[in-house]
Design a protein around this ligand. Structure first.
Ligand SMILES: Nc1ncnc2c1ncn2[C@@H]1O[C@H](COP(=O)(O)OP(=O)(O)O)[C@@H](O)[C@H]1O
Ligand SMILES: [Mg+2]
Length: 279
C-alpha cells in the first residue's frame, strides 16, 4: 500500500511539475487525519502547498461497513475516495475563494492532490495565551459559519484545527486584534439542505463555543441558530441563489454523500475540545 500511494503521489507531482504548476517539493507542514500537506515552490518562486488526500484504512473500513460503497476492496477503491475528496475540496475552494471567503487560493487539482496558496500563520489551537479581545475573534468565527450557510453550505469540521490566523502585521497581532482569519479543510462540506444539516451546523457552532470557553474562558449567549440563518438565505441579493454556480448542487458525488461520521477516525474523543483530531 505504501509503495502504491507513493507511486500516486509521484504521478501527481510529475504532472504538476511538467505543467509548470510547481517547481519543487518542500517539507511536511502537517499530517492531518486524512491528508499529508507539504510546502512546494511554485513558478516565479511563489510559496504554495500541496495537500495529498489520503482516506485511510480505518475510515475506509467504516465506510464499507455502513454502506457498500465500493465493492473492489483494494487500494484503487481507497484511492478513488481520496481523489474524489481532493476534487471536492478543490471545487469548494474555488467557489469560496471566488466569493471572497478567507480560504487559501486554489491553484490546481491533480488526482488526489490539491495545490493551493500557502497561508503563513498560527492555527487557532496552538494559541495558548490570553487574547485581549476573544469576543472579536469569536464573532468572526461565528460570522464565517453564518456566511457559509448563507451560501448554502456547512463546513462540517469548523474548529480550532482548521482555522488559522495569519501573521502579517507588526508586533503582537493578538494584542492589537489585528489578525486575518482563514478557514481550510473542506472535503466534508455539506449542503444546508442535507437531511442532517442542522446537526452539522450546530456541531460547528458548538466546537467554537466549547473551544472559546475552555481556552479563553469566553462564553457568549449569542450564537447562530440554524433556522435563523436559513430564514435569511434566499431574499438576500448579495448571496448566491440556487442557479448561481450551483454551489450546493454539486454535493451528490460519492465523496460528498459519505456521512461525516464515517470519514472520521475512531479516536475522536482523545481531543477534549472538539470532534476533530489532528496529530
Ligand atoms: N493552505 C495552507 N497553508 C498552510 N498550512 C496549511 C494549508 N492547508 C493545510 N495546512 C496545514 O496542514 C494541516 C492539515 O490540513 P487540513 O486541510 O486540515 O487536512 P486534514 O483533513 O488532514 O485535517 C492543517 O492543520 C494546517 O496546519
Ligand atoms: Mg484539518
Amino acid at each position: 500500500f505504501r509503495l502504491t500511494r507513493q507511486g500516486f503521489n509521484f504521478l501527481a507531482l510529475r504532472e504538476l511539475t511538467n505543467s509548470k504548476v510547481i517547481k519543487s517539493l518542500g517539507s511536511v507542514i502537517g499530517v492531518g487525519k486524512e491528508s499529508e500537506v507539504y510546502s512546494v515552490e511554485g513558478e516565479e518562486d511563489s510559496l504554495l502547498c500541496i495537500k495529498f488526500h489520503i482516506l485511510g484504512e480505518q475510515s475506509f473500513r467504516q465506510v464499507k461497513k455502513k454502506r457498500d460503497f465500493h465493492k473492489r476492496n483494494d487500494f484503487l477503491s481507497r484511492f478513488e475516495l481520496s481523489r474524489k475528496s481532493a476534487e471536492k475540496e478543490f471545487l469548494y475552494l474555488e467557489k469560496l475563494y471566488k466569493k471572497g471567503f478567507p480560504v487559501p487560493q486554489p491553484i490546481k487539482n491533480n488526482r488526489h492532490a490539491v495545490v493551493m496558496e500557502y497561508i503563513h500563520g498560527e492555527p487557532l489551537y496552538v494559541r495558548r495565551k490570553e487574547l485581549r479581545n476573544p469576543g472579536k475573534l469569536y464573532r468572526e468565527c461565528m460570522d464565517l459559519i453564518v456566511q457559509f450557510a448563507h451560501l448554502g453550505l456547512i463546513h462540517g469540521d469548523f474548529n480550532e484545527f482548521n482555522l488559522l490566523l495569519d501573521e502579517d502585521g507588526d508586533g503582537d497581532l493578538f494584542y492589537y486584534d489585528d489578525w486575518k482569519l482563514y478557514v481550510f479543510d473542506l472535503p466534508q462540506v455539506v449542503s444546508v439542505r442535507h437531511e442532517n444539516a442542522e446537526e452539522y451546523f450546530d456541531r460547528d457552532v458548538d466546537c467554537i463555543r466549547i473551544f472559546f470557553k475552555k481556552r479563553f474562558h469566553y462564553e457568549c449567549d449569542d450564537y447562530p441558530q440554524f433556522k435563523d440563518v436559513l430564514g435569511k438565505r434566499s431574499p438576500d441579493p448579495d448571496h448566491v441563489n440556487e442557479d448561481d454556480d450551483d454551489v450546493e448542487d454539486d454535493h451528490d458525488d460519492d465523496a460528498a454523500t459519505i456521512p461525516l461520521d464515517d470519514l472520521r477516525l475512531e479516536n475522536d474523543d482523545e481531543n477534549d475540545d472538539c470532534l476533530d483530531v489532528e496529530s
